[in-house]
Write a new protein. Structure first.
Ligand SMILES: [Fe+2]
Ligand SMILES: [Fe+2]
Length: 406
């Protein structure tokens, strides 16, 4: 990293694993910048921190890039690769020395650290030297045992003639582990991390583990869905679950994800039109021009919005399979195809020409089954109902056509 521009006299260092970076980190950095009149705050994602032996830590590159995304909008925030590029175990003292070298000996350094770290400082490598080279800013969320911390700070100040500051930051009630936990349980992390970071996490499926629904959670979800529909529609839903789980076994998909997607696929189907319109507005559901004219098709996107907003589940593969089970979309994933096909072939659905063939194809080739299913829908809507079909159907048929002639 090169140091350019106006002379930096006060520099704050915000170290951390940033796994992932969240609003609490950003608020803290900004508060320190303001409080101590800092020129620049440098975020230094850790490489392999000596105090943490978490082998599951997200790769350095992901953590670095999320930190860059989160801090990009603040001209006073910079991100350093110092620790992630360093081989082996990294120590704070080495980073501090390096920053002194880069910014000049006279630069005043403030090292921001969690209050928990304060009582461990003396166990750090070259701790006495560290306390001479920089001032520590111990940050904590309100409610932490402040008295004990202040006592520790006084003790360190007295013994080492150093400056240690203390700052309470309410936003630090958020923690990275809590965010990982939320993702693990498919809860939303919106507004807890910057939007760019949220999108990045989704894009690379970071922190996503297998979902484990308890029997109670399953039961609760089933009750909710059945309360939104007629017994006939619920019987269809159970049929879709059964068929989708059979396909899940073949294509090795996550059972809980398949279960939730199948259960919720028609949750919004029988809601009164006025309620559908109101919910579309409430949850900012974006319908395309065709769907806006054919509100019966809106139940896919609306169902996904209910699952996301009323159940806090935001796993994109699950939401997309509900969203697009109505008319499909280009580039569907396996879960999307499974829900689409299970919907069309479940046991209880009235027989139609090609149903058995689609079902049999689905058991060994999802793409071939998709082509047959799309052709069947096309035929039914245009030739039997004599209605207009969603324009995406033509593109989808072209997408799956090559598999048909295999
Ligand atoms: Fe549906
Ligand atoms: Fe359905």
């Amino acid at each position: 990293m090169e140091v350019k521009g106006a002379k930096i006299t006060k520099l704050a260092i915000m170290g951390g694993t940033f796994d992932p970076i969240h609003i609490g980190h950003l608020v803290t950095a900004e508060e320190v910048r303001h409080e101590f009149n800092i020129d620049e705050v440098i975020f230094v994602p850790t490489g392999h921190p000596p105090h943490k032996s978490n082998i599951n830590m997200t790769t350095s590159e992901h953590r670095y890039l999320m930190t860059v995304l989160a801090t990009a909008a603040n001209a006073s925030f910079k991100v350093s690769r110092l620790e992630i590029d360093r081989e082996g175990v990294t120590y704070t003292i080495d980073t501090i020395k390096e920053l002194k070298r880069m910014y000049g000996e006279e630069v005043r350094l403030y090292f921001i650290t969690g209050a928990d770290a304060i009582h461990k400082i003396l166990t750090w490598k070259e701790s006495e030297k560290l306390l001479q080279l920089c001032e520590f800013v111990a940050v904590t969320r309100p409610g932490h045992n402040k008295n004990e911390l202040l006592w520790q700070i006084d003790e360190l100040k007295r013994r080492y003639q150093t400056n240690i500051h203390f700052l309470e930051v309410p936003a630090l009630a958020i923690s990275s582990s809590n965010i990982r936990e939320r993702i693990h349980h498919m809860k939303t992390i919106k507004y807890l991390v910057p939007e760019e970071v949220e999108n990045y996490i989704k894009k690379y499926n970071l922190y996503e583990y297998r979902i484990c629904l308890t029997p109670q959670e399953r039961e609760h979800m089933c009750q909710y869905v059945s309360s939104k529909m007629s017994p006939k529609r619920y019987a269809h839903t159970r049929g879709v679950i059964e068929m989708a789980l059979e396909l899940a076994k073949i294509y090795q998909l996550d059972y809980d994800e398949v279960f939730i997607a199948a259960l919720f696929h028609d949750v919004a189907k029988e809601l009164p039109v006025q309620e559908k319109i109101a919910l579309c507005q409430k949850y900012a559901v974006e319908l395309d021009a065709f769907e806006a004219l054919h509100m019966e098709l809106a139940h896919g996107k609306l169902g996904a919005a209910l699952l996301e907003n009323e159940w806090g589940i935001y796993k994109s593969a699950v939401l997309d399979s509900i969203k697009y089970h109505t008319v499909g979309r280009l580039g569907m994933g396996d879960l999307e195809k499974v829900i689409y096909l299970a919907d069309m072939t479940e046991e209880g659905r009235s027989p139609y020409k090609g149903k058995e063939q689609i079902k049999n194809l689905a058991l060994y080739d999802l793409n071939r089954a998709m082509y047959k299913a799309l052709s069947s829908s096309y035929n039914y809507v245009t030739n039997i109902l004599k209605e207009e079909i969603h324009p995406i159907t033509y593109e989808l048929m072209a997408e799956y056509k090559p598999y048909d002639s295999k």
